[in-house]
Write a protein that binds this ligand. Structure first.
Ligand code: ADP
Ligand code: MG
Length: 743
């Protein structure tokens, strides 16, 4: 067995497990797996996060303090000395009469490495010590050879020329555990050297030509080992031809998948809903207010989709409080009036319940039959509700997304709406949609040929509308929602006054409670939000409960103070929300379960404790719970003594602006796209080399090229080339996102 493995070492394929790369065994392979590196391909896409220019060795005599320099010199002496705090290793090298001192902290391990007479290459920042002597702290080093040995001088020279460390632009990799940048240099170098030279290029030649892309092999070599002439600025900003090729690769195959999905959906048979005067009248009848211009426009776009015989796949985007719900209800009426059922899914039970209340209030006028289906319903009730749904008695079905995932049987499902989509990631959404595909009446899974081609199936796909409050910059919407059309509500309902936001240290809590008391005396209500973060849930929940007791018993003994958190059972949650909605509770102490969607317009104060511990998007969502009526609203961000620098920036941003777009941009900047969109929930494709903020333009190019490929063969591109690209795309999607069914 061991022998067989040895022969397979000779030539590495991209798919070869890293364990078989020379120098990596099963143990290190495990460490690498922790970094997401499983195959040779993964390893080769572990790119340097920066580069060092170690091109020109300098002579010791001309060094000056403050510069980064490469020096090749001879070892004169070395030794370890111990200070009270740590052992320090000191090396002195020389060139003729010039001397240079090098120091390494905590480096007893270097003790026997150097001998007088060796040639070493050193790289680091030159500094002047207290006596004005030049020194380099913690330099990178490489022992090139020993001039005292026979032929040693020649060898040293040869080594210097071939060095991975010196005399070139050197890649710096993020180290991980014991794996140093230097280790990565050697390993990646060896993997590149042993890589099968005939790497197929899955990107069609026409696309390659459009963007002047270099070959994958060349790209890999050059991002790891840049030529001496490469622009340093381009390297640092990932804009060399090699970088561009690798980044484009990654984006292109994601876009190809989304584009295919989009075409496929468009090619399916949908429901052509009728929108005649009768339906229009029905909508008018329920409207509790005049829709804003933006709401009208959004509804028009949605209704337009619904009338076509193709399935709608649309995203409705609008900042918190912009009024998405009513638009959703209008769409629901179109479907119901056409004799179809509608499912509305919310990310939390509380939000589902709230939608259920408002649906009943608003839609009752039209006599529509609405049911609530959430995971925590009692079995009997759940069964009864399911029966209503299956028999077609229920027209609007509101629930958490468990609703669809539990394979609910609908009698005639025509429209699926997913609220607060930002809580679901892209990949999750694709899976949800897959479920809603499954939920259609009947089945029929014939594959769709690339390039469209109507599907011969009589099964109608339900329309899908997803709603989000996350204001996503357009280019990002392209990747994340590349398979959706987008409507935007960019106008708030009339009469809103911007929320006033203040940061207040904990010591001033008495003033805050005083203020809250005054607002309540004026007839308003308040939220007090306490962070409960999963890791410390137990302890923090206790803190929230304690806070509740204190507010109830000590601070507002004359008021009704409620407590809401995720651990309550459904009935309690429902009761508390209802009481708050009716102003039977004046102060609602809550965890972030109220973050999304909750709508009580009489609430004008939001106090957020430990506000510095919340993410920016979360703070914005929370603040979105107030400022929903005509009265002036106040958001108070409380914080204890020590706030991290990033926490400070978040709080500042909240005080500075109410604009969801600005907040989203800043949040992206602070957290990076992965965290922003919740990679942890497998939300966004986690890119190995691309960064969708930095690489916006390549993203647009990738989208364009994906559309070109999906459009089908033409003189520039053959069906074979298209098929090859699609095949590669599928394996990438399967590998990275576990979604085999795409395409
Ligand atoms: P979101 O977009 O955050 O889901 P909602 O749909 O919950 O916002 O609406 C926020 C509040 O604004 C609700 O109280 C709703 O009744 C109200 N609202 C929505 N549209 C209008 C409008 N055109 N005129 C007045 N009030 C509106
Ligand atoms: Mg909403």
């Amino acid at each position: 067995m061991g022998r067989r493995l040895l022969t397979s070492l000779e030539m590495l394929e991209p798919s070869t497990p890293v364990q078989y790369v020379k120098g990596i065994g099963p143990r290190l392979a495990e460490v690498l797996a922790g970094k997401g590196i499983h195959t040779v391909d993964d390893l080769l896409h572990y790119l340097p996060f920066r580069y060092e220019d170690r091109l020109n060795p300098r002579s010791v005599a001309e060094l000056h303090a403050g510069e980064m320099a490469t020096v090749i010199a001879e070892v004169r002496n070395s030794g370890l000395f111990r200070t009270r705090r740590m052992p320090i290793f000191q090396l002195t090298v020389g060139q003729g009469r010039s001397r240079l001192k090098c120091l390494w902290f905590n480096a007893a391990y270097l003790q026997d490495r150097f001998q007088a007479g060796q040639m070493v290459a050193l790289y680091g920042k030159v500094e002047a010590d207290r006596d004005g002597q030049l020194q380099i702290m913690q330099p990178q080093f490489e022992i090139l050879g020993d001039v005292n040995e026979e032929g040693g001088a020649d060898l040293a020279e040869k080594n210097a020329a071939a060095s991975l460390e010196i005399g070139r632009i050197v890649p710096i990799y993020e180290s991980t555990g014991k794996l140093t940048p230097r280790w990565f240099r050697c390993i990646i170098r060896s993997a590149l050297e042993n890589l099968n030279p005939d790497l197929p290029d899955p990107i069609p030649p026409a696309v390659r030509a459009h963007l002047s892309l270099v070959s994958p092999r060349e790209a890999l070599w050059k991002v790891h080992w840049p030529d001496a002439g490469e622009s340093f600025a381009d390297l640092q900003s990932a804009r060399t031809p090699g970088h561009i090729r690798l980044i484009f690769d990654e984006l292109f195959f994601v876009e190809l998948g989304l584009e295919l999905k989009r075409r496929e959906q468009k090619a399916q048979t949908g429901i052509a809903f009728q929108l005649d005067d009768r339906v229009r009248e029905a909508i008018k009848k329920i409207l509790p207010f005049h829709p804003t211009g933006a709401q009208k426009r959004a509804l028009k776009e949605i209704a337009g989709d619904m009338q076509t015989p193709f399935p709608m796949r649309r995203l409705l985007q609008g900042d918190v409080g912009s009024g998405k719900t009513i638009v959703a209800f209008e769409a629901a009426i179109i479907a119901i009036e056409n004799g179809y059922q509608v499912a509305l899914m919310a990310p939390t039970e509380i939000l589902a319940q709230q939608h259920y209340f408002s649906a009943r209030q608003i839609l009752e006028k039209g006599g529509y039959r609405t049911v609530l289906l959430t995971g925590s319903l009692e079995q009997d009730r759940k069964r009864a509700v399911r029966r209503h749904i299956a028999q077609g008695n229920a027209q609007l079905i509101i629930g958490t997304h468990a609703l669809i995932q539990d394979r609910v049987e609908f009698e005639k499902l025509g429209l699926v709406m997913v609220d607060e989509q930002h809580r679901f990631g892209v990949m999750q959404r694709l899976k949800l949609m897959k479920k809603s595909d499954d939920a259609r009446v009947g089945t029929g899974d014939s594959p769709v040929p690339p390039g469209g081609g109507a599907r011969l199936s009589t099964d109608a796909e339900p329309d899908v509308l997803v709603m989000t409050a996350t204001p996503i910059p357009r280019t990002l919407a392209l990747t994340l929602y590349g398979d959706l059309d987008v409507s935007v509500i960019d106008e708030l309902p009339p009469g809103r006054t911007p929320v006033v936001t203040r940061c207040v240290p904990d010591e001033r809590a008495p003033e805050v409670w005083d203020f809250v008391g005054k607002q309540i005396a004026a007839g308003h209500q308040a939220y007090v939000v306490y962070p409960v973060i999963e890791e410390n849930e137990e302890r923090e929940l206790k803190a929230a409960q304690q806070m509740h007791r204190q507010l109830r018993d000590k601070i507002f003994p004359d008021l009704h103070v409620g407590l809401l958190h995720g651990r309550l059972d459904a009935d309690d949650k429902e009761r508390i929300m209802r009481e708050f909605q009716r102003n039977e509770i004046q102060v609602l102490v809550s965890t972030t379960v109220i973050e999304v969607g909750v709508d009580v317009s009489n609430a004008t104060v939001m106090v957020i404790e430990h506000a510095d511990r919340f993410g920016l998007a979360q703070l914005h969502q929370l603040r979105g719970r107030i400022g929903r009526g005509a009265s002036k609203s106040y958001c108070v961000l409380m914080h204890g003594g020590k706030v991290s620098e990033e926490g400070e920036r978040r709080l500042d941003a909240m005080v500075r602006t109410n604009d969801g777009f600005q907040i989203a941009e800043l949040d992206l900047e602070l957290r990076g796209p992965g965290e922003f969109f919740g990679t942890r929930q497998a939300g966004i494709p986690s890119f190995r080399v691309a960064n969708i903020i930095r690489d916006r333009q390549l993203l647009e190019a990738a989208k364009r090229e994906a559309a070109f490929v999906i459009a089908g063969p033409n003189p520039d591109i053959s069906q074979d080339e298209i098929n090859r690209a699609l095949k590669h795309m599928r394996s990438r999607w399967a590998l990275s996102y576990g979604l085999v069914e795409v395409g």
